[in-house]
Design a protein around this ligand. Structure first.
Ligand SMILES: Cc1cc2nc3c(=O)[nH]c(=O)nc-3n(C[C@H](O)[C@H](O)[C@H](O)COP(=O)(O)OP(=O)(O)OC[C@H]3O[C@@H](n4cnc5c(N)ncnc54)[C@H](O)[C@@H]3O)c2cc1C
Length: 389
């Protein structure tokens, strides 16, 4: 036995690292074990927007400056609709704490804070999770020297993403999977060029496109494409041509494309989000389509809910928040799945009518017009996009 601790956190993504930092700040012993190397997780590019709710959460936990300090604020979404620029301002003054913060920057900062504050973080450790329905769960892994390490704990936090192992420790008859496939994919593109805009989304008869600055010499682009598309069909020239068509303007520069990946758009929820002494957080329990920019933000919500539950249990011997963790998080998750489904379908149907037909195209355009022209529609939308609903 290597160590006994209160919580073993499996996975050093945003959910696991945020939970670890929150527990550390409340003096609760924990260990984070991560399958990949530190270099790998600090460079893995994905999300880019921290919503207002999550930004305020870091402020309340005293981590705002160290974790998201300096990240630019997000107060509007910019669209190119059939080649014309239209900003969609967020409706209410008090909604403006959201930040553009690349996920790898957040992860890097969370690791720095955790390690410099004395946290126990172990990389290159692919774990197995055992005995979650007993009193003393075990997390086992082989270290880089080939020795088997075993950590016993009170609770396991499964923060190991959609393809992790924690969830598989739950007997299949005790877990229900709900899912929805949207019927199209995104080609995600990482390019070594400046973006034309900090953020811009295009709606065009060829489909949705997105662009986000990732520093002065790097950008993220997204192109809606059919599910059976393959990355080999997308030459650099075709990608740049298609971006210029959908945005209706020349790109600032046609530089090197560092990587492309196809991401089918889907929603998934696993219920319940706990079993025995195992609690699932973030992508291990739910996936939302990236259009909603909510995946990372839901993971951050789970991290705070679970941290509060463990603190209450440890300090006050009160397990009520642990008992209600799954139902609390699932209520939040389904609320945002509803938003993500509506928003994803609206944006994609408003562009390419060939997936769902002209009727749905016209409905999506009517929904979009209402967002720009109706104060109450815009207010509700703003509440969701900022995470305050
Ligand atoms: C293209 C794209 C764009 C996105 N844009 C946004 C956005 O703008 N806003 C937003 O909120 N969300 C966005 N998301 C979603 C967001 O990236 C995820 O929801 C988020 O990463 C979930 O965090 P997590 O900590 O739950 O999981 P992850 O970030 O996946 O972290 C899981 C960790 O567990 C580790 N692990 C896996 N298996 C094991 C094991 N067996 N043992 C130990 N460790 C293990 C992994 O290596 C990883 O480090 C986007 C996603 C994509 C693909």
């Amino acid at each position: 036995m290597d160590k006994n601790t209160t919580v073993v956190i499996v996975g050093a993504g945003v959910a696991g690292l945020t939970l670890g930092n929150f527990l550390l700040r409340r003096g609760i012993d924990c260990v984070i074990v991560e399958k990949r190397s530190r270099e790998y997780v600090e460079q893995r590019q994905r999300a880019g927007v921290i919503d207002t709710r999550a930004a305020r959460m870091f402020r309340e936990w005293g981590l705002e400056d160290r974790v998201i300090g300096g990240a630019p604020f997000e107060s509007a979404m910019n669209f190119r609709i059939d080649g014309e620029t239209r900003p969609l301002e967020f409706g209410q003054d008090d909604h403006g704490d959201g930040r553009f913060c690349p996920q790898q920057v957040l992860v890097r900062n969370l690791i720095d804070v955790f390690v410099s504050d004395g946290g126990d973080l172990r990389f290159d450790a692919e774990v197995s999770v055992e005995n979650i329905d007993g009193d003393e769960p075990l997390v086992r892994y082989r270290d880089s020297a080939g020795s088997t390490r075993v950590i016993s704990c009170e609770f396991v936090a499964g923060c190991d993403g959609d393809r992790g192992v924690s969830r598989t420790a739950i007997p299949s008859e005790s877990l229900t999977r709900y899912s929805h496939e949207y019927g199209y994919a995104w080609l995600t593109i990482l390019a070594e060029v400046p973006a034309n805009h900090q953020s811009m989304m295009a709606l065009h008869p060829h489909g949705f496109a997105g662009q986000f600055a990732r520093g002065p010499q790097a950008s993220r682009f997204y192109l809606q494409c059919p599910l059976d598309s393959s990355t080999s069909e997308w030459t650099d020239e075709r990608i740049w041509d298609e971006l210029e068509t959908r945005f209706g303007e020349p790109m600032a520069s046609r530089g090197r494309i560092a990587s492309t990946q196809l991401v089918p758009l889907r929603s998934v929820v696993y219920s319940p989000m706990s079993y025995g002494r195992l609690y699932l957080l973030g992508d291990a329990a739910h996936i939302v389509p990236p259009m909603s920019a909510k995946g990372m933000n839901l993971a951050l919500h789970d991290a705070e809910a679970f941290a509060n539950a463990v603190v209450r249990h440890t300090n006050d011997q009160d397990s009520s928040l642990l008992d209600s963790y799954s139902s609390t998080c699932l209520r939040h998750v389904w609320n945002y799945q509803a938003f993500a489904t509506w928003w994803t379908e609206l944006v994609h149907n408003a562009g390419d009518a060939s997936y769902q037909g002209e009727f749905r195209h016209q409905i999506a355009r009517a929904d979009l017009t209402r967002l720009f022209e109706s104060g109450s529609a815009n207010r509700l939308f703003s509440e969701f996009i900022t995470g305050l609903n």
